[in-house]
Design a binder for this molecule. Sequence first.
Ligand code: SAM
Length: 285
Amino acid sequence: MPLSRRTHWLRRHFDFRPRKSLGQNFLVDDLPAEQIVQAAEQFSPQRIVEVGAGLGALTIPLAARPREIIAFETDRQLCAILDWLLGDVERVQIHQTDFLKADLTKLGGPDSIVVGNLPYYITSPILEKVFQIRPRFAAMVITVQQEVGQRLQAKPGTKQYGSLTIFCRYYAAKIETLATLPPRAFWPPPQVTSQVLHMTLRGAAPEGVASENAFFTAVRSAFGYRRKTLRNSLKTSPRLDLPIEQIDAALAEAGIDGSRRGEMLDFDEFVALGNAVYHLSEAAQ
Ligand code: SAM
């Protein structure tokens, strides 16, 4: 049965009303659902963790292969519907749990991926949570709002480029857009265009990073004051709290001209800057 017909049948049968506050926009277009499932299959995952299973638009096709599916859904009525749809499939576990509070330890690893048409109101915390699980997930195939997708893939010097871009580059070796979805791909239609992203996550920290902590301190300090030069941003940053001589020394070690703006630095330059900050803090101890 086409996704759209199944969704509306379920809605009527269970007298279900979508809750805007939970980001409930259900995928009703079969093509992106197939693209997401195919992208997930590329990894031949043994385990798929799904964020916000909803009415099972992805859970049902993903469950067609023999592997473990751990689906999180916070809405009680949706969990009852999912249980009605998939309750007899043993390898599918539906958890009525807020994903942000879920215990994901033991779920990550090179055979595990995360899939989901994300509830947009918590996109960043979901990314943060998934990125920080050890062992790391191999990949994510997710739908986000287009504006976020553009920020994640932005180039230096553009309006969308910011600490979120660098944060994702730190954890994802590769980010690709699989599809752009108009609001009508969902029911009810959201007010924004969406993007399906495919992220290959790194198995370890990016090469050359001496300290994750110093790296993110440098990134947040550089983007803290977008109108200032990099030197002034670093000087004003409460996160760094370094005298100007040390800031100049760090910029010199990293080989970066402090009169540039932070938003012009590429990823490798942030690595060099973070390392220089780290070496200074090590030398001070
Ligand atoms: N996967 C379904 C689909 O593609 O049609 C639903 C996607 S809908 C955009 C997002 C889903 O996330 C909703 O079902 C919503 O109830 C659920 N959700 C919202 N907040 C959540 C949270 N904190 N934890 C788990 N699920 C959540």
